[in-house]
Ligand binder design. Sequence first.
Ligand code: PLP
Length: 388
Amino acid sequence: MDFIAETIADLSPSLTLSITSQAKQMREDGIDVCGLAAGEPDFDTPQHIKNAAIDALQDGETKYTAVAGLKALRMGLAKKLKEENQINYEPDEIVVNCGAKHSCFNAIMACCDAGDEVIIPSPYWTSYPEMVNAVGAKPVFAETKQENNWKITAEEFDNAMTGSTKMIIINSPNNPTGAVYTREELAAIGEVAASEDILILSDEIYEKLVYGESKHVSMASISDEIRRLTITINGFSKAYSMTGWRLGYTAAIKEIADAIDTIQSHSTSNPTTFAQFGAIAALTSDQSEIDDMVEEYNIRRQYVLGRLNTIANISTIEPEGAFYFLINIEKTGIKSVNFSEKLLSRMQVATIPGVAFGNDQTIRISYATSLPIIKEGLDRLEEFCRAH
Ligand SMILES: *Cc1c(COP(=O)(O)O)cnc(C)c1O
């Protein structure tokens, strides 16, 4: 007898998390590993946010809240979405979840039946396909091109569509590519979605981390018609260095928000109560610490870009957001897992093989770590590439 459900048996565990833990183990064994694999900010959560959660605990905020989260938090999110993202959502169209990963999962579960197709531009964030598989729906990969900065075009989207397409996932700023979609690009994609009533899951978790002239635009802000089809996903992990707090949110038309609320009511119930008080503080307080973090990320980004452009046999796009570089290693003739494993075992540099993102000719490095570690890691990468 098979104990494990068919839909679940074929899922693979998150490759990004397993390599990060392998590198961590090496470090604990006293090996000098340069960790360029991190998928989370290296900054601590700002103190005033921690204080708000501590105060909440002291005040006895230790019981359930509404399934969708505290009303005050959802009101704060509605205000934020209106002012910063130019989208009008009522508080009852917003559900706070246990991390944006959970938000994505709930949204897919709420909307996708077995047999429905979900278009995922590739390279993609590693968890999307398995979330789709987990509910019995079918991931359909749309390959994007490096010369298009790894962004799906409206035409590529149109070509990937079939009669079974239910949803497309757009992630801007993007993990792993760092690409940021312009308003025009989003509008063109939204128009294709609207022509066939396709839902758009818009994962905007990196919205605050954009550099230079780039601007984050929210898909749902493009038009009322596109807003109706869009599930906006965001959270606190990346912007406020709150990965361990597990707080994300979904905003969508009430019908979808209600379905997400129902799923959540039977699974996790509300996200941790005192953590939600930290989130209110994050939203309502001075945002200057974000500016400081973004400035620091940008210094690192420019340093990495300068270095990568001088290393033989690899290429990259200039990432405009998030904190990653997707490096094309095709010219080395080595596939991504082999490349990452050799880089880890021979040079003690931890990276993520692109196969985790659906592209075996790339690796991802992260600059969510200190400049000295980045510098040392790139020195070693350079030496490795010189030998290959
Ligand atoms: C980190 C990440 C998330 C999830 O973040 P949470 O910690 O679950 O809030 C969602 N989408 C992308 C693309 C991410 O990189």
